[in-house]
Design a protein around this ligand. Sequence first.
Ligand code: SF4
Length: 435
Amino acid sequence: MTKILLVNPPVYDFSAYDLWAKPLGLLYLSSILKQQNIDVQFFDYMDRNYPNIPKQPSNEYGCGHYIQQEIEKPLVIHNIKRKYHRFGIPSYTAEQFFKTIEQPDIIIIGSIMTYWYLGIIEVSELLKRIFPETPIILSGIYATLCNEHAKTIKSIDNVVTGTFDSFTPVFKKYNINIEIDSNFEKFPLPDYSFYKNQEYIALKTSIGCPFKCNYCAQYILNNNTYTIKNPLVIKDEIYKLTYNNVENVVFYDDALIFNSDKLMKILLKELQKDNKNFYFHTPNGLHARFLDQELAELMFNAKFIQPRFSLETSNSQEQKNSNNKVSNSEYERTIKYLNNAGYNKGEYITYLLIGMPGQNIENIKESIKYVHNLGSKISLSEYSPIPYTKDWQTLPEELKQDPLTQNNTYFMTLNKDYDKLIKLKEYAKNLNKQL
Ligand code: SF4
């Protein structure tokens, strides 16, 4: 039986927090491989509940801090005046696990943020030392967006880009004749069987997004596709994944409430029939244009906790510059629907972007005030440059050499108004406390 080891590497960054973060791509891949009779082993360095590591407390919905260890900053970002850390399960614990398993035929390492590649180097070097004969394949977001850079990592044998079907020719190279289908409608349940202690489950109802915002690269990650699953299949998946009484269900969709008559409304009405107790979470911002009164009520009754909406900016020119994702009137309408449905002020969150190229500092302050006055908590997302986006073309060349410089913290420090941006973060935090 062919044996494949899947690994989610540790994170190297200035900060990291488990806001329902799971390596969902690898979890779907695990199920797909098992369907093809592959013997799958799995190791997630970011599992906060891994046995025998210091326990980090979780909040009531399963979020919390990772174990961390301060490390020296890499040269390219050494002048940032913030501490740099390695987050996740210690290397010696991972090594102990790898030494207990049989030699895999293939190792697949997943990747997320482009500027986290130091974790991939750490893991691939360790695995090459333990399993020198086993080919290592790198997949995921960094592998796709920084393909040429990823190919320079010596301990990686193959870099796979884009969707799951790109694994098939690489497997063939190693005489493993399985076809991996990228059709999301046919994806089985994500495989949570390796987690000993689950506080939440995450899944997707759809893949891709029908929009193309100037700062987002989802279109290239999903081959320009947007596919939804049948809502009755999703209902079944939620029930199966929560068989052990897990109550927190997290949606990872990029466009969860787009086309809600075909998906989300049907799903929530179906769930309502059985009167089960779940708490739903939406860490990826919902598109504020697509909420209507009926959906707001269904979400409230189903217990969507602090639903998060993306506005990014309330300045109309900045909205226009980033492809008119949502207007203020659409956003205000959404807030009205939420209030009518039963949400109180402070029970919903709005994402605003800070540090966008050319963004006026006064506009950020205005956006913060605007969102606060409408009763929403504010979550400020620090802008980070992403390859293949429209914005990317306008950025200075020196930012394109090493993905470490795509780090949001690093990018913010380049801003001439850096000190003012830090003060605005405090300002937003204080306003949130008033709600
Ligand atoms: S930012 Fe959101 S709405 Fe815009 S393209 Fe990306 S996923 Fe779609």
